[in-house]
Design a binder for this molecule. Structure first.
Ligand code: CP
Length: 325
């Protein structure tokens, strides 16, 4: 098994191509665990994972919880409103308090960019970034990469258009970083007011016209408008946005004939994506959700250090034998 020499998963930026391939290969081994009648393997028995979600989440939080449980870890969930943060305890004191309970891995989502990095420097356990502000969402990019590699057999030489509210999107940043490492062309496409200053520094071509941006691409990745992060009047109206940047069949027809439509969710049907397209055969949105559990199993497994002697394939096979007996 290729090694994974990291204590934390904080972003895509500090991963090598080989690290990413190791995670995706491990996810390939784990995806079948979720398709069995008994969806559990003993790989992380005795390990503890704490999910600390200080921002709303459906997909990331649930899939990390399922990933931990399907690996037989003990999983605890902490939210901002249900924790003593709401009584004025600092983030660091909260993390140190939880660290004293000896978790092996903390998964953290926070609205401040860099919050998981701050915590990782101060605690002894592994930290996984479950999304920090507009900075990074590494496991989303990894599950997106899983879907792209599964569909096209490669992460290299493809054209990927990421369309929508790029300024506020940690998903766009992590995906651009990952796809750049593998030599795919990344296009960032959105209204000028929702493109970051110096967007080219993300290693992408920038388009303020949707039709130009998606011409001939293999992947259209749609993003919602992050209304909760919008400051001031960056958009005229949602109707106007949808008219210029919403994707339906006529826009998809401009992409490559085998192009797929992706969305990290949550999606706003009828705004950035036409409902019929979201439910069409070209959409892999729910496949992304399934891949998310497998990728998060891979991440937890690879960070649990004393499991490194056993390959993900062996760990998944152990579960199959247990399920049969
Ligand atoms: N894609 C994503 O992060 O979704 P959630 O906010 O529901 O976790």
């Amino acid at each position: 098994m290729a090694g994974f020499a990291h204590n934390h998963l904080l972003g895509i930026a500090n991963l090598e191509r080989e690290d990413i391939t190791t995670i995706l290969d491990a996810a390939e081994a784990f995806i079948n665990v979720s398709r069995r009648p008994v969806r559990k393997v003993p790989a992380l028995r005795g390990k503890t994972v704490i999910n600390m979600f200080f921002e709303a989440s459906t997909r990331t939080r649930t899939s990390f919880e399922l990933a931990g449980k399907r690996l037989s870890a003990d999983v605890v969930n902490v939210t901002g409103s249900g924790s003593s943060l709401s009584k004025g305890e600092s983030l660091l004191d909260t993390c140190r308090t939880l660290e004293a309970m000896r978790p092996d891995i903390v998964v953290m989502r926070h609205n401040a960019s860099g919050a998981p990095h701050y915590v990782a420097r101060r605690v002894g356990c592994s930290v996984v970034n479950g999304g920090d502000g507009a900075h990074e969402h590494p496991t989303q990019a990894l599950l997106d990469a899983y879907m792209i590699r599964h569909t096209f057999g490669t992460l290299s030489g493809l054209k990927v258009a990421i369309c929508g509210d790029i300024s506020h999107s940690r998903v766009a940043r992590s995906n651009a970083a990952l796809l750049n490492k593998f030599g795919s062309e990344v296009r960032l496409c959105g209204p000028r007011t929702l493109l970051p200053v110096a967007a080219e520094t993300l290693g992408a071509k920038v388009y303020a016209d949707l039709n130009e941006g998606i011409e001939g691409v293999n992947v259209i990745m749609l993003l919602r408008i992050q209304r909760e992060r919008l400051e001031g009047a960056l958009l005229p109206t949602m109707r106007e946005y949808s008219r210029k940047f919403g994707v339906a069949q006529p826009q998809l027809d401009r992409a490559a004939p085998n192009a797929i439509v992706m969305h990290p969710g949550p999606m706003n049907r009828g705004v950035e994506i036409h409902p019929a397209l979201a439910d069409s055969e070209r959409s892999v949105i729910l496949d992304q959700v399934e891949a998310g559990v497998a990728v998060r199993m891979a991440v937890l497994y690879l960070l649990a250090k004393d499991q490194r002697g056993t390959s993900p394939e062996q760990a998944a096979a152990m579960g199959a034998r247990s399920a049969e007996s």
